[in-house]
Design a protein around this ligand. Structure first.
Ligand code: ADP
Length: 448
């Protein structure tokens, strides 16, 4: 009922009641009309007072109060209170669900941006801020295309392209710090809102590029000796050669096939190391045995390189007769030691000096180092030397039997044994390659 109507009805009723009361209580002193009016005004005042009390109470909505309403008002109050409690509970439950959802979206490894129908940012997670250089507070309610001037994104939003992923450069991407993002748009809700997802695919693209380079490099490395071999085969098949000439060609063929064998062996060594967990600490080997093997091979290579009966280099050994033992893979460790010594021999002209040292550091660890007086390396090459197939002088490397994988193998073997590879070199002044082994991998044998 409308308040005015209610009041009129009430007034009528009160007047009747008031007249009755006035007639009964004050039959002589007060006239009928005055009593009616007085009674009505009294009821009206009482009703107004109760309404105000109820309103005040509802405004405060006190859980418990000294002046709790009574009667019908009490029921109204109880029902309102119950309703409000229920609504509060619902609101709290929605809020906690919303908080959970936001926390979940924050924890996602992908960037998430929610746009309204006008493409203004409604919400974004931390990863999206990192991907696009956004500020979650400052950039709220801004049109995304004003903030991110990425043509592919502008096109996709304009076309409402919701099916196809597209790849963009992150706005903060640079040559030294590239950032490639795969993006996808989804529309949701009735208000044409858009969910923008971004995923960092920089490392995936880099790995893919490395894989392509690797396949191209391997193919190139194998194709060269193969071409030479097939040329010689043709020569042997078509030309009438003397036995001397045949011997010469067969020796050249053997050289090429050795080169391919060495390449395949190095590739297998690398893939074995990449595909397995680091060697455990159970197997202990005397280092002097490993060094003896390494140095025998080194002297043989030096003789081979000198093309005489004697080694072409002066090889100096220091501390290699150690009694220390090392734990790990004998095959990987001897491959690492040999690669370093062989490189020193291959990149040091005849007559040069090579020091091979084993130096305990006094704290249980020790350093294996190979220092040569050879060609040396310009500083710009140093950071890339351990990349597969990275060579400074490809011809020199190949002619001396190199595959371009030696230092890559050394680096992997070192990492798997907790050792660090250090390279010090100056162009024209020789190089020093060292491996620093941690104390956990070394021990002195128990002579007890
Ligand atoms: P490679 O089979 O070509 O020797 P590595 O991975 O062992 O492959 O070495 C990579 C490159 O590093 C070599 O091609 C060479 O240019 C350079 N290099 C390695 N060791 C030395 C060294 N001791 N002195 C000078 N240059 C070196």
């Amino acid at each position: 009922m409308l308040p005015t109507l209610r009041r009129s009805v009430l007034l009528l009723m009160y007047m009747g009641g008031g007249a009755l009361i006035a007639g009964l209580v004050f039959p002589v002193a007060v006239s009928m009309e005055t009593g009616t009016i007085l009674g009505a005004l009294l009821w009206l005042a009482t009703d107004q007072w109760r309404q105000r009390q109820l309103l005040d109470w509802l405004r405060q909505f006190a859980e418990s109060s000294d002046s709790e309403p009574q009667g019908v008002d009490k029921e109204i109050v109880l029902r309102v209170r119950r309703l409000l409690r229920q609504k509060n509970r619902e609101a709290n439950s929605y809020k906690s669900r919303l908080d959970n959802l936001q926390a979940m979206l924050q924890a996602m490894p992908n960037g998430v941006i929610v746009l309204d129908a006008q493409e203004r940012i409604e919400w974004c997670n931390r990863v999206a801020c990192e991907h696009f250089g956004l500020d979650a507070r400052r950039d709220m309610r801004q049109r995304v295309t004003h903030l991110l001037r990425v043509p592919a994104l502008v096109r996709a939003l304009a076309a409402r392209d919701m099916n196809n992923a597209f790849v963009v450069d992150g706005p903060l991407s640079s040559a030294s710090n590239p950032l490639r993002l795969e993006m996808r748009l989804f529309s949701f809700g009735q208000a044409q809102r858009v969910l923008m997802l971004s995923r960092d695919i920089t490392t995936i693209e880099q790995a893919e590029a490395m894989r392509r380079d690797f396949v191209a490099n391997v193919s190139h490395e194998i194709r060269t000796p193969l071409t030479v071999l097939s040329g010689f085969v043709e020569t042997l098949q078509t030309l009438a050669l003397t036995s001397e000439e045949r011997k010469y060609y067969l020796a050249l063929m053997a050289e090429q096939s050795d080169r391919m064998t060495k390449l395949v062996e190095d590739l297998l060594t690398l893939s074995r190391m990449e595909g397995s967990s680091p060697p455990d600490m159970q197997e202990w080997t005397p280092l002097s045995r490993l060094f003896r093997m390494t140095m025998e091979n080194a002297r043989a290579l030096s003789v081979l390189l000198s093309e005489t009966e004697t080694p072409g280099h002066q090889i100096v050994e220091e501390g290699l007769e150690t009694s220390m033992e090392i734990s790990g893979s004998v095959r990987e460790l001897s491959s690492a030691f040999s690669n370093l010594v062989h490189n020193a021999l291959r990149y040091t002209p005849q007559g040069g000096r090579i020091f091979v040292r084993w130096q305990p550091n006094g704290e249980g660890g020790a350093r294996f180092s190979v220092e040569d007086s050879g060609l040396g390396i310009a500083p710009e090459h140093l950071p890339r030397l351990t990349e597969r197939f990275y060579r400074i002088d490809a011809d020199r490397s190949r002619n001396s039997g190199g595959t371009g994988l030696g230092l890559s193998i050394v680096k992997h073997a070192a990492q798997r044994h907790g050792a660090k590879l250090l390279i010090r070199s100056a162009l024209g002044h020789g190089s020093c390659f060292s491996l620093d082994f941690p104390a956990e991998r070394l021990r002195l044998p128990n002579r007890g």
